[in-house]
Every structure is written in structure tokens, then in C-alpha cells.
Design a binder for this molecule. Structure first.
Ligand code: FPP
Ligand code: MG
Length: 294
């Protein structure tokens, strides 16, 4: 089924009748397609494939822009479009994928078009919040949770909710399932930045803190340290860390249990989501998100 989504995206791109876009899109390594898996599990029909293709194109557009904003050279283990062709091309390709996706979205019932378009506004606001929060050390867990809800969970929530509407299922239940899954997904992403390695992740490990992102493990760590060690952590914020400094952070995270606490937070959200759906495969999606190592 996932290859039907990829086929649909290629059809949408072919309709643009510009070979260069096809060439650029081929340079985008395919991702885990969590959003498509979710949509196809909830609503298994032809419209669900179109919806999944639309959501994947929006997601790809947001990552193209995000890599420009984050100045990232690597995405999914390959050079990013901005690294290969420059920022302008990455932004334009994002604009094209995003606007074509919206054009296709207008063919859906207004209720679905509203849910998805509103999620894109939220994810754009979430990205801005992420950039703003990164300007200084954030130790406020509520601000972090609000930002990741908007930046990541909103589109996953919208995917689940709109698929439920397509399939005449209880949209409220799937909305909450998607929200919890999305939050857990981003928290796991933020944990992996600390505990995984560059090769497994397909992007540089331990780079969030250097970029100013005080993710959940850092927030827990900061709030558990004494004044002297809090100062030490603050002195490393946004720095290009050497191995010794990285080790210090990792050791302190282990000692304070902040990685464990972050994992438990993600697990709790996952568990809440699992309780909402009886479908084994939807439960498996959560399990895979929580237990993944990349
Ligand atoms: C990845 O975050 C970024 C997002 C999930 C959202 C980015 C959204 C925008 C740039 C708004 C633009 C929207 C459209 C539709 C054009 P991350 O940097 O924490 O993750 P990463 O480590 O995978 O880069
Ligand atoms: Mg990024």
C-alpha cells in the first residue's frame, strides 16, 4: 500500500510537467512514512491513498524548509536538497510540493480540507516557536510541549482525524490517538539525538543542544542539577561540544535519570494512545515509534 502512496505522489509531480521537479524529488530519500501508515490503517481506500500522498508532500515540504532554517546538510543519511542545490532551490521545491498538495486537498470535503490546512498553519507556527525558543536556554516543559505539539503532533493528529472522517469512524478518538502518537514521536526523536549515533540516525547526533534546542532530556537534566552544574550546562549551550563535554552531559543525564524520565513520558503518551484503539496494527505503529532507534 505504501508504494501506492509513492506512485500517487509521482503522478501529482508528473502533472506539474516540469522535469527538473521530478529530478529534485528523486533526490529526496524516502522516510518512514508514519503518517501514511496511519492513514491507510484507519481508512483503507482510494481516497486514503490521495490523502496520504497529500500529507507526505506537505511533510516533505516542511522538511525542505526546515533544513534551510536549521542549516542542515544531511537528511535521512543523504545530502539535503539545500546542501546539493542551495537554499533557493530547496525553498522553491518545498513551495511547489506544498501548493500542489493544497490544490489536491481542495478536492476533499471541506471538513477534511479545514483540518489539514489548519494543521499546516500550526506546524508553521510550531517551527517559528522552535526557532524563537532556541534563542535562549528554555527550561520550561510546558513551552516545549506546546511547541512540539504544533511542530510535529498537529500534522499526525490531522492525518488520523481526517482518515477517520473518510472511514466514518469516531474522529475524536483518532484525533487524540494521533496527537499522543505525534507527541511521543517527537520526544523519542529528541531522546535519540542524545543517545543514538550519526550513522543510525542519518543526521548528526547530539546536535540539538548546539542548535539551541533544549529538548525534554535537557529540561529534566537542568531542573535536577545543583546550581554549580546548572551553570556548567548553561556554559555548554549552543557550543560546538568536544567529546569530553558530550560525555559529561550524557553522564549527568544518566545519573539524573533524565533520559529514563523522557522515555517514560513518551511511553505514557503511547500507552494512552494504545488504550484508545483496539486495532492491533495501530497499536504496533505506536510501539514502533517508541521502540525505534532512528
Ligand atoms: C522538523 O523539526 C520540522 C518540522 C517537523 C516542521 C517544520 C515546519 C516548517 C518549516 C513550516 C513550513 C511548512 C510548509 C508546509 C512549507 P526538527 O528540526 O526538530 O527535526 P529534524 O532533526 O528531523 O530536522
Ligand atoms: Mg531540523
Amino acid at each position: 500500500m505504501l508504494n501506492l502512496v509513492e506512485k500517487k505522489i509521482n503522478e501529482f509531480i508528473d502533472e506539474l510537467e516540469y522535469d527538473y521537479i521530478r529530478k529534485l524529488y528523486k533526490k529526496l530519500p524516502s522516510g518512514k512514512k508514519v503518517r501514511s501508515k496511519l492513514i491507510l490503517k484507519i481508512a483503507n481506500d482510494k481516497r486514503a491513498i490521495d490523502l496520504a500522498a497529500i500529507i507526505e508532500m506537505i511533510h516533505a515540504a516542511s522538511l525542505l524548509h526546515d533544513d534551510v532554517i536549521d542549516d542542515a546538510d544531511i537528511r535521512r543519511g543523504s545530502p539535503s536538497i539545500n546542501a546539493l542545490f542551495g537554499n533557493k532551490t530547496a525553498i522553491m521545491l518545498g513551495d511547489i510540493l506544498y501548493s500542489k498538495a493544497f490544490f489536491e486537498l481542495t478536492k476533499f470535503q471541506p471538513k477534511i480540507a479545514k483540518i489539514v490546512s489548519n494543521a499546516v498553519t500550526l506546524l508553521s507556527i510550531g517551527e517559528m516557536m522552535d526557532v524563537e525558543l532556541s534563542k535562549s536556554f528554555n527550561s520550561d516543559i510546558e513551552k516545549y510541549l506546546d511547541m512540539i505539539y504544533k511542530k510535529t503532533a498537529s500534522l499526525i493528529e490531522a492525518s488520523a482525524k481526517s482518515a477517520a472522517i473518510l472511514a466514518n469512524k469516531d474522529s475524536k478518538v483518532y484525533e487524540l490517538y494521533g496527537k499522543n502518537l505525534g507527541l511521543a514521536f517527537q520526544i523519542v526523536d529528541d531522546i535519540l539525538d542524545v543517545i543514538s549515533d550519526t550513522k543510525t540516525l542519518g543526521k548528526p547526533a547530539m546536535s540539538d543542544f548546539k542548535e539551541g534546542k533544549t529538548t525534554l532530556p535537557y529540561i529534566y537534566l537542568y531542573n535536577s542539577l545543583d546550581e554549580k552544574n546548572q551553570k556548567r550546562l548553561l556554559s555548554l549551550f549552543k557550543k560546538d561540544l568536544n567529546e569530553k563535554e558530550k560525555m559529561w552531559i550524557k553522564e549527568k543525564m544518566k545519573e539524573s535519570g533524565s533520559i529514563e524520565k523522557s522515555k517514560n513520558y513518551a511511553k505514557k503518551l503511547g500507552f494512552e494512545a494504545m488504550k484508545l484503539v483496539k486495532d492491533k496494527e495501530l497499536q504496533e505503529i505506536i510501539q514502533n515509534v517508541i521502540e525505534r532507534d532512528y
